[in-house]
Design a binder for this molecule. Structure first.
Ligand SMILES: [Zn+2]
Length: 440
């Protein structure tokens, strides 16, 4: 770490978040301002940080001691608002108001020269784009919901978001960036698709990401010429899945080049999870993505993974603007597979527990659904940074196994005992477990 640099500790991250949430709009006009916006927003954040199942569950977890409580000592919450008050106050706050916190995290890592640790292909940061539905209901809805009319007359309401994350395949780790919400219809315009939302995200973040050196990784839908040209405008690189079914022209080009022996290939045996795997690569440089005149030229690569008996375990093909050669083919494929290689437990939690998030925390009439989802994603990013920069946290996460177990224990402990600080809490756990204390 750069000399004199200060790692993003829990306290620094909470302190920064406090300054971000203090800018939230406050809809109250009268004298009823007992709870500050910071009390309100940090209470909500702490629910996601501690992975509580509901606001109510969380209220029970605030260990009190002579009027002192853990929300004050850990999160700087002076007084704890009711869940209804949190919902009502955060409903008027657009999710975008949380985004400066994501900027801050990236800038911190950059200033510490720590972003370099995340670099992989071509010395770039790998940023995966992934769309996900995080809410669906037949009843509860808001004006920002996507509306689906089924043929049987049933109507469903849903929310989707694009969740970009910096990934490091070797670490199996992801740092979530600010999300992009995929817009529903708003009375004038139709609901947008994931790709349109991704274009807006690039429009918002492209200039910020460009000087950092970024390769965007996406699924087959991102292997579209307008999107890849947009990336080119921001000098962002890409590795995208490219299925033959949706890229017929390119696929035919590859087939005819293969027929004349003009597809390069190589294979290597590697160990994956202790087992021998043969990786067979094929690639072609500078093939047209489409049959249109002046079509974008891309490098194409495929990978087949087989076991000892020759049985195919995996096959995929990708396109990229990185030059594919015998030297780089493995790195390009590793980048393309990053989305699957990274055990993105945190983002998957958001996906699989979407209903849980929704039903227990509230939907709101304006922004609440999006703002709470953003605070949740932010909590995941804070967890990722703690894993990197908080030795006690990293040790306990490793030792206690599943994430749910670790946070369950935090919930129980903070329900009974008052801790002066975050490090006091972790130190107590380490002491009780008789683990060697790496220091805080
Ligand atoms: Zn909604």
């Amino acid at each position: 770490m750069r000399q004199g640099g200060e790692a993003p500790t829990f306290e620094r991250m909470i302190s920064q978040l406090r300054s971000v949430v203090e800018a939230f709009p406050d809809k109250r006009t009268g004298a009823n301002t007992h709870f500050s916006m910071s009390d309100i927003a940090l209470s909500a954040f702490s629910v996601f940080f501690t992975q509580s199942e509901s606001f109510l569950d969380f209220q029970r977890q605030i260990g009190r001691n002579n009027g002192r409580h853990n929300l004050a000592s850990l999160f700087g919450v002076r007084d704890v608002p009711s869940d209804n008050h949190i919902r009502s106050m955060l409903d008027v706050v657009p999710a975008q108001m949380v985004y400066p916190m994501f900027d801050w995290m990236l800038c911190e890592l950059e200033q510490l020269d720590e972003l370099d640790r995340w670099r992989s292909i071509g010395n770039d940061l790998l940023v995966t784009l992934d769309g996900t539905e995080y809410y669906r209901s037949a009843k509860i809805h808001c004006p920002r919901c996507r509306v689906t009319h089924h043929t049987n007359g049933q109507v469903d309401y849903s929310h989707q978001l694009l969740s970009p994350a910096i990934v490091k395949p070797e670490w199996r780790r992801a740092l979530a960036l600010a999300p992009q919400f995929i817009r529903g219809e708003d009375g004038q315009t139709k609901a947008e698709g994931e790709l349109t939302a991704a274009k807006r995200w690039i429009g918002s973040w492209g200039e910020f990401l460009s000087p950092l050196g970024v390769t965007i990784c996406g699924d087959d839908i991102y292997a579209s010429e307008p999107f890849l040209r947009l990336l080119g405008e921001y000098e962002l690189n890409y590795v995208c899945v490219c299925k033959p079914k949706s890229h017929k022209y390119l696929s035919e080009c590859i087939n005819s080049l293969a027929a004349t022996g003009d597809v390069d290939s190589t294979s290597v045996v590697v160990r994956e999870g202790g087992k021998k795997r043969r990786m067979s690569y094929r690639w072609v440089q500078q093939v047209p993505l489409t049959g249109y005149r002046d079509a974008l030229l891309v490098d194409w690569v495929s990978v087949e993974v087989t076991d000892d008996s020759g049985k195919r375990l995996y096959y995929n093909s990708f396109i990229t603007n990185h030059r594919v050669s015998a030297e780089t083919v493995a790195a390009v494929v590793a980048a393309g597979r990053a989305r699957w290689k990274v055990e993105n437990e945190d983002i998957n939690t958001l996906k699989t527990k979407g209903y849980h998030l929704e039903h227990n925390f509230g939907h709101g009439k304006q922004h609440l659904c999006e703002t709470l989802a953003t605070l949740n994603i932010l909590a995941f990013s804070v967890h990722t940074l703690l894993n990197l920069y908080d030795a006690r946290y990293a040790l306990l996460r490793r030792e206690r196994g599943r994430r749910t177990r670790f946070f369950g224990e935090i919930g129980t402990l903070t329900g009974y005992i008052y801790f002066e600080s975050w490090q006091a809490l972790l130190g107590f756990m380490i002491e009780q477990l008789q683990l060697p204390d790496p220091g805080g």
